[in-house]
Design a protein around this ligand. Structure first.
Ligand code: CO
Length: 142
């Protein structure tokens, strides 16, 4: 059987703001260490990463009112927003999932954090779970 996904790279969690998220997930809360923050302009999202073994918790703060994370928070409140799988070749995986009739949220992979390339699968085609595929630049294993 082919292995399509290499690992869960991170789990994205929508928070009202990174400070309140840090209070829950950080050293004074559940006890994870924050690795860094980054503005992902393309997604209008401010992210903070908390490594856990081979994966991460990714906290997501909306960069404005009418943005994807803000709309998620309005509809569902804070909580798990997406699961991200690392893939070797994002074009091949996009083609495979399209072949299964799944809708992808953009035509081409989009720029993500740390020079990666990202695609999202429509949650209506995955039982309500937003799935992110992430291909990392070679020589960088974040
Ligand atoms: Co993500």
């Amino acid at each position: 059987m082919d292995i399509h996904f290499k690992r869960i790279h991170h789990i994205g969690i929508a928070v009202a703001d990174l400070e309140s998220g840090a209070a829950i997930w950080g050293p004074s809360g559940l006890g994870l260490a924050e690795e860094g923050r980054e503005d992902v302009i393309q997604a209008q999202t401010r992210v903070a990463m908390y490594p856990v073994g081979d994966t991460r918790i990714e906290l997501l703060e909306a960069m404005g009112d009418n943005t994807p994370v803000a709309r998620f928070l309005q509809k569902r409140g804070p909580g798990i927003h997406h699961i991200c799988f690392e893939v070797e070749d994002i074009e091949t995986e996009c083609q495979r999932l399209r072949g299964l009739g799944m809708r992808l949220l953009s035509e081409e992979p989009q720029p993500g954090a740390h020079g990666s390339r990202v695609m999202f699968v429509h949650p209506k085609d995955t039982g309500g779970v937003l799935v992110e595929l992430n291909e990392f630049a070679s020589h960088e294993h974040t």
